[in-house]
Structures are given as structure tokens and as C-alpha cells.
Design a protein around this ligand. Structure first.
Ligand code: HEM
Length: 209
């Protein structure tokens, strides 16, 4: 039953005829003036970003997995770079390098998992929610570009400095381990801000992208 007051809420495609606006809402997306059809308080692209294709459940799952991937990867880098790294000065070099070897050995499988989740869920959203790249906003293109840069840096970190660091610690070659750890630190010092920027772009992009 339709509310009788002047302002109503769009709940589904049947609730209101929005064909003149060029979209078919399938969830609560906006408050709309019954008399004028004028959508208030919500940027136009929010409406266009609402799941128009595929099932809302699939879209919700993709969003949730995407956020999980971002939280694990960027949050993990934050914890290691901002909290753990300054605490390491309390340890002697061999202890410090051994601790970092174990930490990265535990962290990197989670990063690979996060990368796979972000890619699978990100491209699922592009096709399920936006119906392809032509329908996606600037924020999605920026996210994709910076995301691939982050992934490339991580692949380099993993196959270069990390494998060198691991073998140097195992051989107790502390100067070589220190050099590789410094390279890992440099790469994370680039990837962490990139990750934070991507999170800001992803979370805010629907308002401007
Ligand atoms: C590499 C390919 C990627 C693709 C194709 C992709 C795609 C997308 C899409 C389509 C959205 C939904 C945008 C919207 O609702 O308007 C999104 C949101 C988001 N993405 Fe990505 N993304 C990628 C990488 C990343 C990375 C690397 C991160 C962070 C490390 C990230 C973090 C986020 C966040 C935080 C959101 C916001 C979700 C929300 O507001 O609910 N994305 N992404």
C-alpha cells in the first residue's frame, strides 16, 4: 500500500513508476516526492549505482567480500608498518629479523587471499552491479588502476625481497637480511598509502565518481 503523505520511499520497482528517470530500483534507494517525482538528498549516481542487474544477494556478497579483502590487506599493512615496526627497536637485530620473518610468513598468505578476493569481488561488482566498465564511474576505474599497481608491487615484494630475506635469515646472514627487509619496508611504505587512498576512493566514489 502506498503511503499517503507527499514524501514516500522507493522500496522496489513496483512501488513507484520510475521509468522516466531511466532506472529500475530493486531496493530502498531514495526518498521521492510523490507529486513531482523529484529525488531529494541523494546524488544521481547513487541511484544509478544501485544493483540494476543480477541478484541483490550476489551484489551484497561481492561487496562484503571486497571489504573483507581490503580490511585484511590494508589493515595488516597498517598494523605491521605503524605499530609493529617501531616496537622492533627494542630487539637485537637477529631477534628482530627472525620476528619479521615469522610475521611476514603468516601475513603474506592472507595478502594473496585478499588479492584474489578483491579481484574476484571487484570484477563481479563491475559486471553484476554496473553491467560492465561502460556503466562504472571514474572511482571504479581509479580503484582498478591503483589496485593493480598495489598488486604488482606486492608480487615484486613477494618474489624479490621477501624470498631473499627469508633465505638470508635462514642462513643467519644478518647484513643481507637487513638489506632485504629495508627493501620490503620501502615497498610497504608505498603500498600502504596507496591502499588507504583506494579505500577512500572506493568508499566515497559513489558520491562523485
Ligand atoms: C583491482 C581491481 C578492483 C576493482 C575492479 C574494484 C571494483 C570495485 C567496485 C565496482 C566497487 C563498488 C563501487 C560503488 O559502489 O560505487 C568497489 C568498492 C570498493 N572497493 Fe574496490 N575494486 C578493486 C580494487 C580494490 C582495492 C585494491 C581496494 C582496497 C585495498 C578496494 C577497496 C574498495 C572499497 C573500500 C570499496 C567501498 C565499498 C563500499 O562502499 O561498500 N578495491 N570496488
Amino acid at each position: 500500500m502506498r503511503p499517503s503523505n507527499a514524501v514516500r520511499t522507493v522500496w522496489d520497482a513496483e512501488a513507484i513508476d520510475t521509468s522516466h528517470l531511466g532506472f529500475r530500483p530493486i531496493q530502498k534507494i531514495a526518498t521521492i516526492h510523490a507529486s513531482s517525482g523529484f529525488i531529494r538528498g541523494i546524488p544521481k549516481n547513487i541511484v544509478l549505482s544501485s544493483p540494476e542487474r543480477g541478484s541483490p544477494l550476489m551484489a551484497a556478497l561481492a561487496f562484503a567480500l571486497h571489504i573483507l579483502g581490503a580490511v585484511v590487506w590494508v589493515g595488516g599493512m597498517c598494523a605491521i608498518y605503524i605499530c609493529l615496526r617501531p616496537a622492533l627497536v627494542t630487539l637485537e637485530p637477529p631477534q628482530r629479523l627472525r620476528l619479521m620473518r615469522v610475521t611476514f610468513q603468516k601475513f603474506f598468505p592472507w595478502v594473496w587471499t585478499a588479492v584474489l578476493l578483491l579481484l574476484a569481488s571487484g570484477y563481479s561488482m563491475v559486471f553484476i552491479v554496473f553491467g560492465g566498465f561502460a556503466g562504472a564511474g571514474l572511482h571504479v576505474h581509479l580503484m582498478q588502476g591503483i589496485g593493480w599497481l598495489m598488486i604488482a608491487l606486492f608480487v615484486w615484494l613477494f618474489h624479490g625481497p621477501w624470498l631473499a630475506f627469508k633465505s638470508a635469515v635462514d642462513a643467519e646472514d644478518w647484513p643481507r637480511a637487513g638489506t632485504s627487509l629495508d627493501r620490503i619496508r620501502q615497498i610497504i611504505s608505498i603500498n600502504l598509502p596507496l591502499g588507504l587512498i583506494v579505500v577512500l576512493i572506493g568508499a566515497s566514489g559513489r558520491f562523485w565518481g
